[in-house]
Structures are given as C-alpha cells and as structure tokens.
Design a protein around this ligand. Sequence first.
Ligand code: NOJ
Length: 735
Amino acid sequence: MDRNDLIRLLEDMSLEEKIGQLVQIPGSFFEDDFIITGPANYINYTGEDLALAGSVLSILGAGKLRAIQKRFMDNHPHHIPLIFMADIINGYRTVFPIPLGQGAMFNPQLSRECAAIAAEESAASGVQLVFSPMADLVRDARWGRVMESTGEDPYLNSVYTKALVEGYQGEGSDNLRAKGRVSACVKHFAAYGAATAGRDYNTVELSDRTFRDEYLPSYKAAVDAGCDSLMTSFNVLNRIPSSGNNYVMRTILREEWGYDGVVISDWAAINELVTHRIAGDEKEAAYLAINAGVDIDMCTRCYCGHLKELVEEGRVDERLIDESVLRVLTLKNKLGLFENPYRDMDEEKEKTFILCDDNRAASRRAAAESFVLLKNDGILPVGNGEKVAFIGPFTDTRELNGSWSIFAGSEDNMTIEEVLRAENLDYVTAKGCRFGADYPLMGMGGADQFDELSPEAEEELLTQAEEAARGAEKVILTLGESNHMTGEASSRGFIEIPRIQQRLLRRVAAVNDNIAVVLFTGRPLDIREISDTAKSVLVVWQPGTEGAGAIVDVVTGKISPSGKLPMSFPYCVGQVPVYYNELSTGRPYSAGNDNKFLSKYIDIPNAPAYPFGFGMSYSAFDISEVRLDKSVLSKGDTIKAEVTVKNTGSVKAAEVVQMYIRDEYASVARPVRELKGFTKIELEPGEERAAVFDINEDMLRFTGADDVYRAEEGMFTVYIGNDSTTENEAKFELV
Ligand code: NOJ
C-alpha cells in the first residue's frame, strides 16, 4: 500500500471504525492466557470495541495469535489487521541482563545484538511491536524502575536507545518488513524517571533546561534512530500529566522534533487524567488526550466510549481523529501487515530458534560483560585447587531474569549450583538463608510474597552456612535483591540487602573473612557493610537466562570483569539522588576543607561509595596523559583527543576508556563534567593501544541563559580515564 491507498482506506472507514484503530485492548479480552501489567478492573469493553480494536497487548504464541488475527480480520468491516504489542524488555524467552546491567557493559553493540535476538524470538511468537527501549534518565536509586534504564547519564542513555532501536528494527528502508524484526516503542515520554522521592508514578518537578538538556536527549536519539512509536509517561510535567500535555506532545515532539509516528498512552494513563484531577471525567480526559496528539488509548474506554460523542458535539474536529488513524495505519503498513498480517508467526521457529544455543551463548556473554567488580582484595578469581564455598540465597535459585521478563520462565535457567556441577567444579554450596523480603511483595501476577521461615529453620540454614564457610579457604557469598524487589511499583525507602541476608553476612564473616560478595541487584544499593566486610565485591545485577554460567565464568577467572557502573552507588540513602554530573554550586566542597558553610552534609560524605563509570578488572591498566592535536577549536572543526592504554597486568582484559568534558564558564550553571565519549578496548597482557575521541562544537551545546541551544565560546577541560572521577586532563578553547 502507498500513502494514497491508506488515505482512501481512511476515507472509506466509518467514525466508529476509525476510533477503533485508536483503541488498544489487553489480550485477555481475546484469550484468557495473558499477563496483567496494570489495573484492569474497570475496563468494560463492549462487543463493538473488541470487533473494531486497532491493537492488542501482552498476548503471545504463534498459533494463538494467528487464530486471533484471522478471526478478527474476517469480522472487521475493512479487514484491517491488529498489531500485537508486548513488553519485551531485556529479551523474550532468552533473557539478557536487565537494562541497567546492559548499561554497565558500556557496549551498545552487544545490546544491539541482544535486541536483535529478542526481536527474532518474539516475532516468531507473533509480537510485532515491543515496548522498549525505556529512555528515562534515572538518578534516584529508590525508584524501582531504575532497573529498566541504562542509568544516570544522558549520553550513555542516548547511545543505548539508538542501539536498541536499531537492534529491534534493523536498519535501512523497509527494515520493518524484514523477517525477524519488530517495531520499537520508546518510553516513557517524558521524564518518568524523575519521580519525586523515587516513588513510582509520583510528581516530576524539573526546570525546562534540565528537562531539555539532560532528560530529552535519549528519547530524541530513539526517534532519530527511526522509532515509529512512543509511549507517554504517567507523571506530570509543569503540573500537566504527559497524556494531556500539549507542550511535551505537540510543541516539543511533533513541532520541534518533527516526529510523525504514533503516540501510545501508557496503561490507563488517559483515564488517570481524571485521578490527576485535570479532567472531570473520562470524556474530558479523552478530549485532552486527543488534543495533545495521543493516538492510542492503552487499556481504557476513554476513546472508544467518548470520542464519537465529542466529534458529534463538534468539540473534537474529525480531522484530528483522521490524523491519528493515519499514523496508526501508516505503522501497520510499515510493518507490512496489510500484505502479511501474520508476519513472522511461526510455530516451527518457536521450537528451534527460541532459546537456541547461539541465543543462550549471547546471554552468557552479555551477562559476563555486565558484571562490575567494585572491590578486589585478592579473593577473585578463585581456582587452582582452592577450597571454595558458594553460600547464599542466590546459589540455588533460577530466579535470575529480573522483574520485566514476564514471558520467560525461570525453568529455562540453571542455578549457580547446577552450573558448578555441570562443569565438574568441586565446590561446596549452602543456601544460608531465604531471599528474605522485609515486607510483603506483590508480583506481576498480583500474588503476595513474604518468604518467612520458622526461627528454627532459619537458624539451621545459617548454621549450615557457617559450617561450609569454616571448611573453605574462600567464600563466594551470593546476596542481594530478589526480582520482586525492583521494577515497576517497587520503589524502596531503604536500599540495603534484606535483614536476614545481613545476618548471614555477619555469621559467615565471623568464621571466615575471605569473602567475595556476588551482589544481585536491580538498583544501586547502600552496601557499606558489604564493602567493609567482604574483601571482594562483584555486582551481577539480574543477569538473565545464562546468568549463573556467566557468574561461574567470571568468578573462576575464565573472563575478567569489564563492566562499569552506569549509576552511582550511594554511600547511603540520605545522599540519593546522587549523580556525577551535578551542577556546580556556589559553595563547592572538597574533601579536607574545614569551612562549615559549604555544600555538604555534617554526617555523611558528599561522594558516592562507588562513582559512575567505576569498575575494576583482574588486570590493571595504565592510561597515558591526554594528548590534544590542537588547543583551539573553531566551530565546524574537530579536536582529536587521545590517550594510550596499556594492559599492565597478567591477564587478557578489557577497559572502558571514558572521556568527560567540563565547560569552565557559561551563562548558566553547568554540570561539573559530562560524559562525551567512551570506548571499550580489549588488550592482552603488555599490549597497548590508542583510544581516540573526536571533540566538536555540537557536543558542547546546551540551553543558555537566552534559551538558545548552542555552545558558548571559552575554555573547556577534557578528562580521559577509567571512571568519572579521573583528573587526567587537558584544556582547549572554543572560539
Ligand atoms: C505500564 C508500564 O509503565 C509500561 O512500561 C508498559 O510498557 C505498559 N504498562 C504495558 O505493559
């Protein structure tokens, strides 16, 4: 079909049919076997709503979806196919590390490959559009959804959203029609990650400059990479919820960026304009949302219940509806659905491709690359005949996927214990304790979880752990947050490991202090006690299907860790939000200064426990001083900044070389420094290589005091090193 065919189709459709295209229905209304990802009790769809719907979410399976599609199209007046959408976040059935872990890889190319596998697997099961990437910048470790972001840096996030969109969609014209590809939907527009106090769905208060310069770039990168759909966020911005926010959805998105793709509300977000109290009822909510340019209403009856009446009353111009419908039809056409409504649905491929050896190998590789070594006083790696005990609640668990892997079963994973056995590694294991949520947890299925044990059973596990630790030379202690402690609606006020695990740490340390903690988490945690007690700390996030194998690979030294923190680990929750690219204050504090009236706390340090970009290796690297090929940059020109990196250790390993730039003086307060480039270099022992970065005027732009987005002339400092605190610097001037 070409655009004219689509317009002819549109002209031939009744108003009811057109509105149907703007309605997204949960899969349960077509079939029972589906997963609820939001409140659904108030949706009261009619038979007509279902017969005319434009898209369906959260239902998968090639056979099932083919049958639904056929039945639906046979009964639709214009035989327009549905689009099947789903939350494929860090993999479908082959699960990769959670996005925060993927950020830690500092390897967007590998994420691109993971996304391509996720696309091909889910497409075989009938998915045509995935609700990923989440481009939300995050700074508050209390927010449960930091696990779904790539962290606190606008540049890192932008590089990743681009890579993920390209991974899902492929590149080139007609890419969406290619086999094994899905359309990517970037979310949550905009600034959902800035929820006040880290409480999910809470208010966002941001200055326009911070919003534009730091929060928007990663969504924009996804749009520039060819993303054809975008999801609204639940939060208010400037006190107006996104789904009714003309400034965000029309002025910025459509007018400034020229975006002509589809906008989808988040789950029930149009209806929530009523609970936000900016609409008196669902009809007003529909009015506000359609005017803001929100094309698809996810899972409420606001559009199907009220748009027709609003048009008939003359309050909504039918042309507004037509614009939205045309965008939805255009997306369906880009996906080739008019010619092939069943696309990649393929039962045979579901059997052979999903979880195949190559996909599992990619999961293992990605997991190992995501691990971040925070401390290592000689415990890691283990091996060479050492007596090692693996202790802790994550030693015998298959729950390694993270909370968003709603279509993957943990039965496809191995536990660390099973991997040790399968690889003939003769190590002792002990559970030590339960995960130990300190409060009831609600899973995606809605079930309460509170894994209590009797005091006797608890004591027995702890005693077994002590025995295992006593007989070992080294202890690998697996601790952390379970899947259900992170993700949507999982904000936390205390960001420590559960109390029972703290007890386990103390009991084990009392009998053996050769401890390496392997830390599972979906967010930066306060790990003061762990850092003080353990000699080594390895963060493994929620690592995915092959996570256990990857942990064994890294712990035993087969692979040297190379991950870097994509988000600062705070000293304690009182510092949160703490992030490296903060603005310069009028009273900056530096350690050792005893002036009272500086920007600092009286009881805790300013610096996080572990900063953005930090991560160690089993090897060591020497980074030379920064060389610039010129010290004056004129607009339109490029400076080459270069260092030489040498592996001075004894094992092959990779280092992430990072370039930060500081604008020394500007018309508005600027971040103390900002990441502007990075490269991951793998080196043999003794090998050295140059890391070269280009610097140009584009990279130095920001919104100035006059509201113009441009670079201001003057001095800049460029830092190149292996984390965000490096002082390895050179200076240049922009003229
Ligand atoms: C709500 C979440 O905020 C969003 O990320 C997700 O894609 C939708 N539900 C659909 O499940």
